[in-house]
Design a protein around this ligand. Structure first.
Ligand SMILES: C[S@@+](CC[C@H](N)C(=O)[O-])C[C@H]1O[C@@H](n2cnc3c(N)ncnc32)[C@H](O)[C@@H]1O
Length: 210
């Protein structure tokens, strides 16, 4: 298990507080509304699904969602939510080893995980997802934009562009977490070739590769 996986395992029961931030409510509603049309009628593989917050939006229109995460602790929270009408199943899986995930998918969604992929790995990571989706399928990423005062401050920047934040859990433990904030141009360069559609809100971005 990576440090990142450990951090989110231990944060599982307090994770959803991030969706209570008052200043983000309007953007969250916008993002939730953008997702269902993109996956309508599709078989969706969700990467790093966490506590299932976005799974609820996907399942509103998808035929099915296989919600995966490396941590069963976050999926345990996800299992307590209501979904549908699309069928939702859960599966423990490493986002970097999708070959181990059974099934065929014509949409892949990764919410708030791109930011945790090291710069050195983003091309390979994107390629693996694009290669995994069926022809005619879509790969969708959503993630944070950096907004001073709403995000944790960046506490370290590496020469390759990776940026880190210091996060604290309710029990007082602190973790240094990789969190990158790509521009539209950087993202497009990282996933090329591929047709990228990019939507930018105040707090979030949404990218669709088709
Ligand atoms: C920022 S959270 C996003 C959760 C969810 N997608 C959301 O947006 O609410 C990152 C998630 O990635 C998961 N994770 C960390 N490393 C992973 C890996 N190698 N493979 C799959 N999931 C991983 C964590 O357990 C956590 O649930």
């Amino acid at each position: 298990m990576s440090d990142l996986a450990d951090y989110y395992r231990d944060r599982a029961t307090e994770y959803d507080a991030v969706y209570d931030k008052p200043e983000r409510q309007e953007d969250l509603a916008r993002l939730r509304a953008l997702l269902p049309p993109l996956v309508a009628g599709r078989s969706v593989l969700e990467i790093a699904a966490g506590t299932g917050y976005w799974t609820t939006a996907l399942s509103a229109s998808a035929q099915s969602v296989l919600a995966t995460d490396v941590n069963d602790e976050t999926l345990a929270v996800a299992r307590t939510r209501s979904y549908g009408p699309g069928e939702v199943r859960f599966h423990v899986a490493d986002a970097y080893d999708l070959g181990a995930v059974p099934g065929r998918f014509d949409a892949i969604f990764a919410g708030f995980f791109w930011s945790h992929v090291p710069r050195a790995d983003v091309r390979r990571f994107a390629r693996a997802l694009i290669d995994r989706v069926e022809p005619g399928g879509v790969v969708i990423f959503a993630d944070n934009r950096y907004v001073e005062g709403s995000n944790h401050p960046i506490t370290r920047t590496m020469p390759d562009g990776d940026t880190y934040q210091t996060r604290r859990l309710s029990d007082g433990r602190t973790f240094e977490v990789l969190k990158n904030f790509p521009s539209a141009e950087q993202f497009a360069a990282d996933v090329a070739p591929g047709e990228v559609s990019w939507a930018e809100l105040i707090y979030f971005w949404l990218a669709t590769i088709s």
